[in-house]
Design a protein around this ligand. Sequence first.
Ligand code: ADP
Ligand code: ASP
Ligand code: MG
Length: 457
Amino acid sequence: MIVMKFGGTSIGDAAAIRRTISIITKKMRSKPVVVVSACSGVTNMLHQLVDFTEEGDKEKSEKIISSIKERHKSTVDELASGVDPKRPTPDTTEINQIIDKLCNSLWTLSKAHMGGQIPDADKAYMISLGEYLSSHIVCFMMNALGVKSAWIDARHFMITSHDYLTAAADVHEVQKRAIGIIERSFKNADVVITQGFVGVTVEGDPTIMGRGSSDYSASLLGMVLDADRVEIWTDVDGVCTADPNIVPAAKGIGKLSYEEAAELARFGAKVLHPLSIEPAASKNIPLYVLNSMNPDSEGTVVLGSSCIFDGIKSISYNENIRVINIYSPKMINTTGFLTKIFSTFEKFGVSVDMISTSEASVSVTVDASAPVEPVARELGKFGNITVDRDKSQVSIIGKNIIGVKGAVAAVFDAVSDNKIYMMSQGSSFLNLSIVVDRPEMATVIRKLHKVFFENGN
Ligand code: ADP
Ligand code: ASP
Ligand code: MG
């Protein structure tokens, strides 16, 4: 069995869905379990719908639901009309009824909560509908092309915690349910299609697992099913030496270790969800990152560390972060100071990414979306607080990076014209991160890429 995950752009329109179906059909002998995201942009539209509903904007809510409906219906029409002329034109009545039903349920919830706070479970239901629409369409088209495909609702097995919008999977419960459901589906089908991103509590309330978490759904399924491989199909040639949207010269990386890929994802490389590595790694399952727009490109394989050479593999970034600086002379020669600081972050549920300390001060970075003001107020009890806004973190990532001769000097040399607010070398020896002004981030990434990947290095 293999697990294949297709992201939003891989199923963004009829042409992309056709390409994706041809990729899946080439893997039929491996019993593919296909995990899909919503079509590109649809999850954002559903988030907007939630906002318009809470703001009580009936007109905009209605408009967004009808554009979601139209987009999916016109994709179906285009797919159906493009089927091989030797085959009968597929009947689209049922798939159109499914689209109507899903969009009607959006409208029912939107009307019920117009101008009020939507309960989180209903929000999770609404935001997850993109995955339901796309998975039904892919399944419809596979069957229309003569590939026996079974659609399954991930909410029959993806049991999660009760944090409805950022739920954590309950691996034990998922394992108990997924194997039986999927094995049974393969009795009458050659391909199984399900949704990423969505989950359900044990009581049956809908949940979602956070933005970009379809990668995680796929890796987790790969783990519980003991898959031979997990394939993450996206819109770039694998994990690259930098985000190709920032550095056009970025190249795909052939091999990465699980640790390197996890560090890259944690330090901002959006191509993989930060949680998506661990499940595959726990069973040593190779995880491939491949380009559905260019299926013949080699892509990246993520494997155990013993197969990977030391050295810098990629540059990642978090574009919008804040640096919180805590200055306190009381810190000198005292114990327990850091405990107080970190319990404050814990109290507000704020995750800290980079840390650097000196004798009388501590600086940490947090995501710009974190509630910095209340944290800073509370930290004020322990010292003087300053917050630097509009900053970006840029990291170079690779196995045993600190053993790479001249790496640190090369970083400083490349960014000698840029102001560096903070620097930290991850304790895992896998990353070296700096904080720069946000408007300079792209230039800094390009300079570093030139030094490490373009000058024949
Ligand atoms: P999907 O919808 O397939 O899940 P995402 O948009 O979540 O795709 O992730 C793919 C995007 O990740 C790429 O288009 C690219 O802009 C971005 N990205 C960031 N860092 C990297 C990197 N190091 N290598 C490849 N892509 C990266
Ligand atoms: N559709 C969801 C999102 O846009 C999940 C995913 O793409 O992985 O965040
Ligand atoms: Mg993604």
